[in-house]
Design a protein. Structure first.
Length: 220
């Protein structure tokens, strides 16, 4: 499983290592299940990654393998089968569209994030299916955290940290983004305390964590 270090969209994909030469522009995750693919492809991970990575220009995420991945508080493994099923469908549908339309994955997500797309044909239905699967995936992942009280409200929104000429994204509501970030931060802190307590006994280094004094002022 891999992601481009510098990317317009947070897109996780499966990679076969045979006959592929990886460079430092690619981050490889030692993960291989559709469950992990689903968690990392969700809006929950997306909002965390954009908050805890740098940018290369205002439109390009420079993904941090440290805080964005190592510091990401994965949920307890609840609803595994449902998340895997949705993630598998998403992966298959994306590959099918890309093969049929002869486009790459960034081009596919460019289309997904256009609100009033001026094209016709079966691809319109396919794009709606991809959006629907992302909605289902987000709801399933949110549920695995036990956060069903957060209303995601998927729609086309202006994302304020993106450039003015390219900031429309099919995403969750800004209020949901803020609340998810707040709760992820709390989880990150809890995990840090737990791991620091364990590691102090065996003299190992804990995972990455976020400094709360630097974090909360930037949220709102």
């Amino acid at each position: 499983m891999a992601i481009n270090r510098n990317t317009k969209y947070l897109i996780i994909d499966f990679q076969q290592s045979q006959n592929i030469v990886f460079t430092d522009s690619i981050i490889i995750f030692s993960l291989s299940t559709f469950y992990d693919f689903g968690i990392l492809s969700s809006s929950i991970h997306d909002v965390w990654a954009w908050k805890n990575s740098s940018t290369k220009g205002s439109a390009t995420l420079r993904y941090s393998a440290g805080i964005a991945f190592e510091g990401f508080p994965f949920p307890n493994k609840n609803d595994i089968n449902n998340i895997e099923a949705i993630a598998s469908k998403l992966n298959s549908l994306r590959k099918s569209i890309m093969f049929r339309e002869q486009i790459g994955i960034t081009a596919l997500y460019n289309l997904i994030n256009i609100k009033n797309l001026k094209i016709s044909g079966s691809i319109i239905s396919d794009l709606n299916q991809v959006r629907e699967l992302h909605c289902k995936l987000d709801e399933a992942v949110l549920g695995s955290y036990g956060w069903n009280d957060i209303i995601l409200k998927h729609e086309f929104y202006e994302i304020d940290y993106l450039p003015e000429n390219d900031r429309i994204r099919f995403s969750i509501h800004p209020d949901a983004r803020k609340e998810i970030l707040r709760r992820l931060f709390i989880l990150n802190q809890q995990l840090y305390i737990e791991e620091n307590s364990k590691n102090s006994k065996i003299n190992t280094k804990p995972k990455k964590f976020i400094n709360k004094d630097n974090y909360f002022p930037k949220l709102f």
